[in-house]
Design a protein around this ligand. Structure first.
Ligand code: VGL
Ligand code: ZN
Length: 197
């Protein structure tokens, strides 16, 4: 069983959004077209309460600076994907009707969650692993936003958990902050994630 995992295709990560990723909207139509070719379609949704600890405003710091959290370094982002705001909803053209499951992450005020599998402490599970295993899903293809953060962390965690993981970079777009995209490709290759066009 092979699932398509669509990471964070939300308004705030698309042009005009609070944490816009260049070209983020370009991947929506081709992702929709890919959905029917998989046994399962799963969407993730970045879902932060106001005042989340990953927001620069919460720390009175500048966005795109790094702070130390109990679980390690954390980039401080502009406020984004705040629960109940239009920025947190999926891109209006994304075919959300095709989703078997929508998994939300980042709702714990004290811990960010880039990965669809674990919060940024690398230990608190989201429950996605159990869902995939109980459905007999062994293979995952990842697409979405952003390549160097949530796609990367999700792909590496999935590979470490033993799933057979492919990332399609043509259907991802990156933030590319301070070398983050090169570092992401290096960690995905290390974890045996396939990068396929
Ligand atoms: C993401 C930064 C903060 C992502 C989410 O979806 O890649 N990046 N929150
Ligand atoms: Zn976030």
């Amino acid at each position: 069983m092979h699932a398509l995992l669509v990471i964070d295709v939300q308004n705030d990560f698309c042009p005009g959004g609070a944490l816009a990723v260049a070209g983020g909207d370009e991947i929506v139509a081709p992702i929709n077209a890919l959905m029917p070719t998989f046994d399962a379609v799963i969407l993730t949704q970045d879902w932060h309460p106001a005042g989340h600890s990953s927001f620069a405003s919460t720390h009175k710091a500048d966005p795109m600076t790094v702070t130390q959290m109990p679980y390690g370094p954390q980039v401080l982002w502009p406020d984004h994907c705040v629960i109940g705001t239009p920025g947190a909803t999926f891109h209006p053209d994304l075919n959300t009707n095709a989703a078997d499951l929508i998994i939300r992450k980042g709702f714990n005020p004290a811990i960010d969650s880039y990965s669809a599998f674990f919060e940024n402490d690398h230990t608190t599970p989201t429950g996605l692993e159990g869902y995939l295993r109980t459905r007999g899903i062994t293979d995952l293809t990842l697409v979405g936003l952003a390549t160097d953060f949530c796609v990367n962390y999700s792909a590496v965690d999935a590979a470490k958990l033993g799933f057979n993981v492919t990332v399609k970079p043509d259907l991802c777009r990156a933030i590319d902050f301070d070398g983050s995209l090169d570092a992401a490709y290096a960690s995905m290759k290390d974890a045996n994630v396939k990068i396929a066009g």
